[in-house]
Structures are given as structure tokens and as C-alpha cells.
Design a protein around this ligand. Structure first.
Ligand code: NAP
Length: 296
């Protein structure tokens, strides 16, 4: 069994990006600038955004954090998005989800300029991804592809079972694993909460990508020998023995499943760090595109 070490690979990717940024600086070019809008004080969101800003500093990107109160109206948020859309200094930005109840998430995601949509959530970018066109691939699926590629995990002709059909992980992952090329060329089964006899389906899988957010959902008797397991789940469970009072767990019963797996991602240290690295990669891509556009 080999661990798909997201921490190690994400550090490699950040080093590669940092080297490119250093070259940009040497050439006197503008460095990539990522902005994040955070509405409210959700603990997990604060942590995620904080890690993204820290990662930007480490690799030499400019970063801007826009904090808005939880009482922010939809109109106020849309105005802020328009400001960032127009700001030539900013190459890409994200709106941290989830948003407070009074705000329509779909409306917000549609308002982001697709050229700055480094999360890859805008329907235009999602459509391009589905049509194999060059675009911003949502960071978590992009990170999973990168892990599979860098560990040279074979996907062609394999049966990939994706658990969960969210717009940000499961659904795009199912499209990407089924597309032509590597990683891809898989035969994909997309499962969700209405899927019957899911254990019979997972037992047939060569590759399982689990993104449902139910701790310990995937058990040892639900997988076959040699399976490749990607655990996307991140759930905080109370643990008074830890300094923070909680620990992070995935969707996979790691002890049992790792005994049968050929490759597996740990939680933490698997998909999570890859997500941040790929957001940075998308921001670098956005900078390059903006530079090319400006040169026209
Ligand atoms: P989500 O929007 O909550 O969707 C969960 C999906 O799982 C839904 O499609 C749901 O089916 C399905 N599901 C729920 N219970 C199920 C069951 N018993 N059997 C089969 N399918 C079931 O999920 P998400 O936003 O994709 O997040 C999933 C997990 O990944 C969460 O723990 C989240 O924190 C984590 N995550 C991690 C990263 C990372 O960077 N590592 C990034 C994003 C998300 P229905 O559609 O039928 O409701």
C-alpha cells in the first residue's frame, strides 16, 4: 500500500509556483494577486481562508482578504464582487462558501467574472471543463487529478466510483475521470444518497473517490483488494484530548480500508492541502492569461 501524500505533493507544487513567481519578479512583471471574500465568522471558513492567505505569502503572491459581516446583504456582496471584477490589480478571487442564509449562492457565483473565477465554480467554466476546453478546474477535483498523475496511478479502463454529487467535488470529479486522457478514460459510476446497495457498487470499484462528509462511511468490507481510495471528506468531530477540542476525520475507515488498498489518501494530509495548492495554480494561470490579454 502506498500513501498518496498530499502534503508532500502540495509542497512540491507550491515550490514550483514560487520558482515561477521569483522569475516573474526578476523580469519586473506583476506577480499573481489572489483575493478572498469572507462573509461572517464561521470557524471552519476562517481557517480555510487563513490557510489560503498564508499560502499566498509563502509563494510570493499578493493577497487581499475582504472580510464582511454576517449581516451583509446580497446587494452589498454583489457590489463588492463587481469591484473585484473591475480591479486590474486582482487576477483571481474566491467567495468563501457557505454564505449566510439571506444571500443566494448561485446569484453570487454567477456574478464573478469567469476570467477571475479561480475556484472554477462559474457555469461558463464548468461548461468548458465538461467540454474538455482549457479553463479553471475546481481546486479539489484538480488536486485529485494532480495526485493521481504525480503518483502515476493508472485510471484508463478502470471502474471509478464517485460517492457524492456536489457541484464542487463529486459532479466535476465524475466528469473529469470519464474524459479522454490521463488521468481519465475511466468508466464512472456517480453515486449519491438515493443510490441503492452502494456497497455492492463500491466493491466493484478499482478507484473510489469519496466526497460525502460522513465520517467512517467507507468500511473495509465495502472495497476490494487493490482498490485506490481518495478520501475527500473533512468533518470536525469533538475531541477534548486535542488542544483545539476537535479533530478532522475523513469519510473512510482508514485502518480497515488501508489494509486492502493499493493507494490511499490520509485525512488530514491528503486531498485538503492539494486543494489550496491548486487554487494557487489556478491564480497563476489567471495571471498568465491576463498578461497575454494585455499584450494583444
Ligand atoms: P455536499 O454538498 O454536502 O454533498 C454531499 C454528497 O454526498 C451529496 O451528493 C449527497 O447525496 C451525498 N451523500 C450524503 N449521504 C450519502 C450516503 N449515505 N450515501 C451516498 N451518498 C451520500 O458535499 P461536498 O461539499 O462535496 O463535501 C463533501 C465532503 O468533502 C465534506 O466533508 C467536505 O467538508 C469535504 N470537502 C473537502 C474538500 C477538501 O479540500 N479536502 C473540499 C470540499 C469538500 P444527495 O445529492 O443525494 O444529497
Amino acid at each position: 500500500m502506498e500513501i498518496l501524500d498530499g502534503k508532500k505533493i502540495s509542497n512540491q507544487i507550491k515550490d514550483e509556483i514560487a520558482a515561477e513567481v521569483a522569475q516573474m519578479k526578476d523580469r519586473g512583471e506583476k506577480v499573481p494577486h489572489l483575493a478572498a471574500i469572507l462573509v461572517g465568522n464561521d470557524g471552519a471558513s476562517l481557517t480555510y481562508v487563513g490557510s489560503k492567505v498564508k499560502a499566498c505569502e509563502r509563494i510570493g503572491f499578493e493577497s487581499t482578504l475582504v472580510k464582511m459581516p454576517s449581516t451583509t446583504s446580497e446587494l452589498e456582496l454583489l457590489k463588492k464582487i463587481e469591484e473585484l471584477n473591475k480591479d486590474k490589480e486582482i487576477d483571481g478571487f474566491i467567495v468563501q462558501l457557505p454564505l449566510p442564509k439571506q444571500i443566494d449562492t448561485q446569484k453570487v457565483l454567477l456574478a464573478v467574472d469567469p476570467d477571475k473565477d479561480v475556484d472554477g465554480f462559474h457555469p461558463m467554466n464548468f461548461g468548458k471543463m465538461a467540454l474538455d476546453m482549457s479553463t479553471f478546474i475546481p481546486a479539489t477535483p484538480f488536486g485529485i487529478l494532480e495526485l493521481l498523475e504525480r503518483y502515476n496511478v493508472q485510471t484508463q479502463g478502470k471502474h471509478t466510483v464517485v460517492i457524492g454529487r456536489s457541484h464542487i467535488v463529486g459532479r466535476p470529479m465524475s466528469i473529469l475521470m470519464g474524459r479522454k486522457g490521463f488521468p481519465g478514460n475511466s468508466t464512472v459510476t456517480l453515486t449519491h444518497s438515493h443510490t441503492k446497495n452502494i456497497d455492492e457498487i463500491t466493491r466493484q470499484a478499482d478507484i473510489i473517490i469519496s466526497a460525502l462528509g460522513v465520517p467512517g462511511f467507507l468500511k473495509g468490507d465495502m472495497v476490494k483488494e487493490g482498490v485506490v481510495v481518495i478520501d475527500v471528506g473533512i468533518t470536525r468531530v469533538t475531541d477534548e484530548t486535542t488542544p483545539k477540542g476537535y479533530r478532522i476525520v475523513g469519510d473512510v475507515e482508514y485502518e480497515e480500508v488501508s489494509k486492502k488498498a493499493s493507494y490511499i489518501t490520509p485525512v488530514p494530509g491528503g486531498v485538503g492541502p492539494m486543494t489550496i495548492a491548486m487554487l494557487l495554480k489556478n491564480t497563476l494561470l489567471a495571471r498568465e492569461r491576463h498578461r497575454e490579454k494585455a499584450a494583444l
